[in-house]
Design a protein around this ligand. Structure first.
Ligand SMILES: [Zn+2]
Length: 444
């Protein structure tokens, strides 16, 4: 019997990610409500579910929705405002002063809506977000039916959202209570970085994260300066400090990790730390390279993140993973490094694992949530097609994504977002552009 909520998607190719390396030709995905219930040959699916709507996608590849493992959604409003600057100059002389004057609940809500629109249109269905006013980000993402881990930010300095570390933690825990029944939003502690959170702040985070089973999402070893300053000031590099504070564990989502000695990689492996690799942000800010192959060789989970649009400057996960692959090949001298299938895993199941959601998303398997991305490979620039996963990783971009489902709901239909008022998002963006430009003109 067919339920009224059953729908069928029948593309030319399905790359389910699990089982490893599988590529199904002329198969259908069967979705009931929010979940995938079957993957069948198309003829069998149509025979078993004759009344269900069947979306035929000739020349399309269907994959799990992409998982962006690190970003700051509201910072899309700062895209391109201070390019071509050294990281600490960029952060301390541009980003922080502009944020200091303008960040508000409305800024975060509007910027997050712009980011969610861009991510959905690029095939991303889930993201780890960390910024001020997490309740505003969560509201924007939920309204757009977008899945996310919205972090509880912790910083030493006062800002529009919180006064000090204690206040951040207090407000973060209240935010956690407010989303505990959400089917889309989860949370984690998001201490900004070792240089912005005190030992006592980390002690409290460690205590609460253990008690409440919360992950810790942290920029760590992003730049050489971060590591050398720490060594000079307190006698140890940040990873060693995190080790002493009990922060290293499978719950640690370590972001960037461009500066790693072999003994530090060993520590990460022993504690089961997970890593978010953000190659374009690292290259743009000249921060260094995350040694992805060395981490993978020690079975450390590596996911892919775009970071905020202010240091990228886009949220395109396809181009991000291509950059990861090319960067790895270039820095290791090994052309076999991060092949197309590995890239697809990094942007899907590895991201799901990174967020503790691997039982729910990250692959197209019966029982999992129907978070699905379709990429149109019919354009001449994709022809001929010997391997559609190679075409996805090495040829496509966000603009080739045609349809997207989150929890079985079609959030993009042939490049249109049926339930999003795109014009109001763009109008709000234009207003912020004027305000941000006025503030940035005051910078040196
Ligand atoms: Zn970041």
């Amino acid at each position: 019997m067919t339920s009224t909520t059953t729908q069928i998607i029948s593309p030319t190719w399905i790359a389910p990610v699990i089982p490893d390396g599988a590529l199904l030709l002329d198969h259908s995905l069967v979705i009931e409500g929010s979940r995938i219930t079957a993957l069948l040959p198309q003829t069998e699916a149509l025979a078993r579910f004759p009344d269900a709507p069947n979306l035929k996608l000739e020349g399309h590849l269907v994959t799990p929705g992409f998982v962006n493992s690190h970003g700051h959604a509201a910072m899309t409003l700062l895209r391109g405002i201070a390019d071509d600057r050294e990281m600490m100059d960029w952060l301390t002389n541009w980003i922080w002063p502009i944020e200091g004057e303008l960040v508000s609940e409305q800024f975060v809500y509007d910027g997050t809506r712009l980011a969610a629109m861009e991510m959905i249109m690029g095939g991303t269905t889930c993201a780890a977000d960390t910024y001020f006013f997490p309740e505003a980000a969560s509201r924007a993402l939920t309204q757009m039916n977008f899945r996310a881990q919205v972090g509880m930010p912790v910083l030493q300095f006062a800002n529009a959202w919180a006064r000090n570390e204690e206040d951040h933690i207090h407000k973060g825990l209240a935010f956690r209570d407010s989303i505990k029944n959400s089917s889309l939003v989860t949370t984690a502690f998001a201490p900004h970085s070792p240089y912005n959170v005190s030992d006592s702040g980390f002690n409290k985070i460690q205590l609460y994260s253990e008690q409440l089973d919360l992950a810790v999402h942290l920029h760590l070893h992003e730049t050489a300066t971060e590591a050398t300053d720490s060594l000079r000031n307190i006698g140890v590099r940040p990873i060693e400090r995190m080790n002493k504070l009990g922060i290293l564990s499978p719950s640690l989502q370590a972001v960037h990790m461009t500066q790693l000695r072999d003994d530090e990689i060993e520590l990460l492996a022993v504690y089961g730390v997970q890593v978010a690799h953000c190659p374009e942000s690292n290259m743009k800010l000249a921060s260094g390279f995350c040694p992805v192959e060395k981490l993978r060789a020690r079975n450390i989970n590596v996911a892919i993140g775009t970071d905020g649009a202010a240091s990228n400057n886009d949220l395109d996960m396809i181009q991000e993973v291509r950059s990861a692959s090319l960067l790895s090949k270039a820095t290791t001298g090994d052309a076999t490094s991060l092949d197309a299938q590995t890239c697809l895993e990094m942007m899907t199941i590895n991201g799901a694992r990174f967020l503790g959601l691997e039982d729910q998303i990250g692959s197209l398997e019966p029982g999992k949530l129907a978070d699905i991305t379709a990429i149109d490979l019919s354009h001449p620039s994709f022809q001929p097609i010997y391997n559609p996963i190679s075409q996805l990783v090495y040829t496509a971009s966000a603009r080739d994504v045609s349809n997207v489902w989150i929890g079985g709901k079609r959030v993009m239909d042939n490049r249109q977002l049926p339930e999003v008022d795109a014009e109001s998002i763009l109008a709000a963006t234009r207003q912020w552009q004027k305000k941000i430009l006025a503030v940035s003109n005051k910078q040196p």
